[in-house]
Design a protein around this ligand. Structure first.
Ligand code: FAD
Length: 372
């Protein structure tokens, strides 16, 4: 456990130093600065299994990444800045399918560079017609001599335009999908903006050409590897939500302890005191769910229900906590540039990506009703 305590301290130290500087940068510059600093500090190594050049640890086996470590780091990074958190985790989400496959050459070529920050990763599965239902992807991959040609458009792709390699889910047959590692030179990107700073956009593949050595896993194994990837990383989304919520709670306590109205500190009004107490209690419940899911995953369990519960409750709780923090700040809560207005925008997407709240309920309900 000392390992996790030290890791948290390391991540918090970097975040406190870098976070405020990122606020003044464009989202692309902030992302690049984040990846570079995280790589230099050795934190990106936690996004890659030890056997592929990642961090050596006793928290999990060498073939995988420690979810407890990812969660601890994300909680601390998100506390300071959303792009810093994004820069960290996309390295893992965008590259872990390679570690899950048996493509040793691709792993040796790409993963050590992910761990150092030399190569920036993206995970490109969503399409306009395939969001929650990933099995419906229409992007095609057709055999072309010894290699493949990929055609289609991915959307809502984090790191679009900054990434060096895209892990792309494509259809290789009527009922068959396969993953490919596509270099940035083979795609074109059209960027758009979302609520909070977040490099994101459409990734277009217009006959993108890749050799068979860029195939991740067996032909036909695409969806199962993509889902296994999400299964490993989803709990860390819940941890990032806890980081945003923890910051919002701290901001509320600081503001209510300082601001006076009606001749008293706001912190003396029972209605507000009760709400802050409830924020604290709900946050702790979310943190415990993250801890439970992450520990089980590190121990090798599937933890389907635990992961779904953690993602659902932590992200929804963070939404409620950030909303209350905005309310506690009055007009300041919506004034551009204050911490709570940024948190309010940053936490929102976490209820949508890597499986919406409704998708988590579908998973949990399936476990409750259909297993047994
Ligand atoms: C900021 C951000 C970053 C992202 N980054 C990436 C990325 O890097 N790579 C990537 O591939 N994708 C990424 N995504 C895409 C994200 O994973 C999808 O937006 C998400 O899976 C939902 O898909 P959708 O937007 O098509 O919504 P839809 O699937 O159309 O869902 C719309 C609504 O219907 C609900 N719904 C859908 N099906 C059901 C059902 N069966 N029962 C009940 N309710 C249902 C959903 O919960 C949602 O509320 C990102 C999205 C955002 C917002």
């Amino acid at each position: 456990m000392n390992e996790l305590v030290n890791l948290r301290a390391e991540a918090a130290g970097l975040a406190v130093e870098l976070g405020p500087r990122l606020c003044g940068m464009s989202e692309d510059d902030a992302l690049r600065a984040s990846i570079s600093a995280l790589g230099e500090a050795g934190l990106l190594a936690w996004t890659v299994p030890a056997e592929h050049g990642g961090a050596a640890t006793e928290l999990c086996g060498p073939e995988t990444v420690s979810v407890r470590a990812l969660a601890a780091i994300r909680d601390e990074l998100a506390y300071e800045h959303g792009v810093l958190d994004l820069g960290f985790i996309m390295q893992g989400l965008g590259s872990f399918p390679i570690a899950l496959s048996d493509n040793a050459d691709l792993a040796a070529e790409v993963l050590p560079k992910i761990a150092s920050g030399e190569c920036v990763a993206a995970f490109a599965v969503t399409e306009e017609g395939a969001g929650s239902s990933l099995g419906e992807v229409a992007t095609s991959a057709e055999r072309d001599g010894d290699g493949w040609k990929l055609t289609g458009t991915k959307t809502y792709i984090s790191n679009a335009g900054v990434a060096d390699r895209y892990t792309v889910l494509a259809r290789t047959g009527e009922d068959e999908t396969t993953l490919f590692s596509v270099p940035a030179a083979e795609v074109t990107v059209e960027r758009f903006e979302v609520l909070a700073p977040h490099p994101i956009g459409e990734v277009k593949l217009d006959g993108a050409s890749v050799p068979d050595s860029a195939r991740i896993g067996d032909v036909g194994a695409g969806l199962s590897i993509a889902l296994a990837n999400l299964g490993r990383f989803r709990t860390s989304v819940a941890a990032a939500a806890c980081g945003f919520a923890r910051r919002a709670l701290d901001e509320s306590i600081a503001h209510l302890s300082e601001r006076e109205q009606f001749g008293r500190k706001l912190s003396k009004f029972q209605g507000l005191r009760f709400e802050v107490a409830e924020m604290d209690a709900r946050l702790r419940a979310a943190q415990l769910l993250v801890e439970e899911a992450a520990t089980l995953l590190d121990e090798g369990a599937e933890a389907t229900s635990e992961v779904a519960r953690a993602k659902l409750i932590a992200t929804e709780t963070a939404g409620w906590i950030c909303d209350r923090a905005v309310q506690h700040h009055g007009g300041l809560g919506v004034k551009r540039g204050t911490v709570v207005e940024r948190l309010y925008r940053e936490e929102r997407a976490l209820r949508i990506y890597e499986g919406t709240s409704e998708v988590q309920k579908l998973i949990l309900a399936k476990e409750l009703f259909d297993k047994g």
